[in-house]
Design a protein around this ligand. Structure first.
Ligand code: ZN
Length: 300
């Protein structure tokens, strides 16, 4: 998990009770500017509360010009993006980015906050960072909002990567993407996801911390995931399905394993829907897929 950045909690007074968000339902991180050149978080809170008549500040988080991150509604439902308030987190930035520049401190804080949020929210990844205008008819967050730098920073793990000590070497600006490029390998998200699986990083979403972990593991040449090459067998008291393809569908069922039966050679672990399957080889070299859930199988 990406480290929680420093945040200021002002204990703002909200009117009525806020509704807690279901983190699993969150699918986007929506970036906003306030479209006002000076207002700080208290001005916005007062305006949203007393001007608009809302419970209080509509954003879940707020980032001041100096890069200070404030908790607005936190993980309670916000009021920032019509039709999406229960499925998104809204981050407001101080300033009017059609008239002003977004500061370096704001960019840095935005990267840290979005990266941390991705680690907190199971169904959000770097590509789910959007501007308000991507979801509604608005110019928000303004033409000077540094969206591509923000996204790049989050997906490259730029928050923690600079001057990170890796083994005996110091890697400057050592993002996993730079590293893969430097050794002539594909650095796309899907390629990184594949490497992550090989190196035992489950549920790779391209968060800053996962990128850093992957960078460490690939540079150190750590052994691949411990299950590779091992036997997997059913510990299920019944018939355990295995498949011709990475799927949970009835139509790809290749057969059933009784308790204690299995495959001699795990070649990979793959994400299938919400779960994982081992890609396995039988003694004849045929490839099948079987659940990787510890509830049903053991690896030895
Ligand atoms: Zn907005």
């Amino acid at each position: 998990m990406t480290k929680k950045p420093q945040m200021k909690e002002l204990n703002l007074a909200f009117r009525g009770n806020l509704i807690q968000l279901n983190k699993k339902a969150i699918t986007k991180l929506v970036q906003h500017h306030m479209a006002h050149t000076t207002w700080d978080i208290m001005d916005v809170h007062n305006y949203h509360k007393n001007g608009n008549g809302w419970s209080g500040i509509g954003y879940n988080f707020w980032i001041g010009f100096d890069g200070t991150i404030y908790v607005g509604r936190g993980f309670n439902q916000g009021a920032h993006c019509l039709g999406y308030n229960d499925t998104t987190i809204g981050i407001g930035y101080q300033g009017h980015f059609d008239k002003q520049q977004m500061t370096d401190a704001q960019l840095k804080a935005g990267i840290a906050l979005n990266a941390w949020l991705i680690g907190q929210l199971p169904n959000v990844q770097a590509s789910d960072i959007v501007g308000h205008g991507d979801l509604g008819n608005t110019a928000c967050p303004g033409k000077n909002f540094r969206m591509s730098e923000l996204k790049k920073g989050v997906s490259n793990g730029a928050v923690e990567a600079p001057n990170q000590q890796v083994g005996s070497e110091t890697v400057t600006n050592g993002s996993i993407v730079d590293y893969l490029n430097s050794i002539g390998k594909d650095a796309s998200f899907s390629a990184r996801k594949k490497y992550a699986t090989e190196y035992g990083i489950d549920n790779y979403k391209g968060s800053a911390n996962q990128n850093l972990e992957l960078l460490h593991k690939m540079r150190e040449g750590k052994p691949k995931a411990s299950y590779i090459g091992k036997r997997v067998e059913s510990k299920h008291n019944g018939q355990l399905r295995f498949y011709n393809k990475p799927s949970w569908s009835d139509k790809y069922v290749a057969g059933y394993l009784k308790e204690g039966y299995g495959f001699p050679d795990i070649v990979d672990k793959v994400k299938v829907g919400k779960g994982y399957q081992y890609k396995v080889k039988n003694s004849k070299g045929h490839i099948y897929y079987v659940t990787a859930s510890k509830k049903y199988v053991r690896v030895e």
